[in-house]
Design a protein around this ligand. Structure first.
Ligand code: ATP
Length: 140
């Protein structure tokens, strides 16, 4: 079965939304394989977001992601990668549809695009890469 790497970002943890995110993952029938709260060091976050290196939002994004604890989750299920991304909704919470995590819980503030509650892997390749970064002991 497919696996994906999900992060409850520092804004989600700070706002007490971890349980709500986990509830939606489990309600859909996905299984939790690993869950860990931690404050990520910058070098881990730079690896995680390597594809965005050099973009204007890269530095503020890494800074924000290092600003407090995140909850890293590996979830498993049929088509969980695409499935979690539809649960999460559009990257920009001000554009995310009602019924999605970002659409229901995201705030219409200028910082909303960066502080958008969750991350989810976007392909099988990035899922395995990101699981390796966050959970190096979790083999395939
Ligand atoms: P994620 O990978 O976190 O699920 P995504 O795939 O929808 O989000 P990406 O384009 O991969 O979005 O961007 C990764 C993260 O970078 C976004 O979740 C968001 O926090 C931040 N980000 C993306 N675009 C912008 C932007 N234009 N301004 C500020 N932050 C941004």
């Amino acid at each position: 079965q497919e696996r994906t790497l999900i992060l409850v970002k520092p804004d989600g943890v700070e706002r007490g939304l971890t349980g709500e995110v986990v509830r939606r993952i489990e309600a859909k029938g996905y299984r939790l394989v690993a869950v860990e709260m931690r404050t990520a060091p910058r070098d881990l976050l730079e690896l995680h977001y390597a594809e965005h290196a050099g973009k204007s939002f890269f530095e503020p994004l890494v800074e924000f992601m290092a600003s407090g604890p995140v909850v890293a989750i590996v979830a498993q299920g049929d088509r969980v990668i695409e499935g979690f991304r539809s649960l999460a909704g559009a990257t920009d919470p001000t554009k995310a549809a009602p019924g999605t995590i970002r659409g229901d819980l995201g705030r219409a503030w200028p910082t909303a695009v960066t502080q958008n509650i969750v991350h989810g892997s976007d392909s099988p390749e990035s899922a395995e890469r990101e699981i390796g970064i966050w959970f190096p002991l979790l083999g395939e």
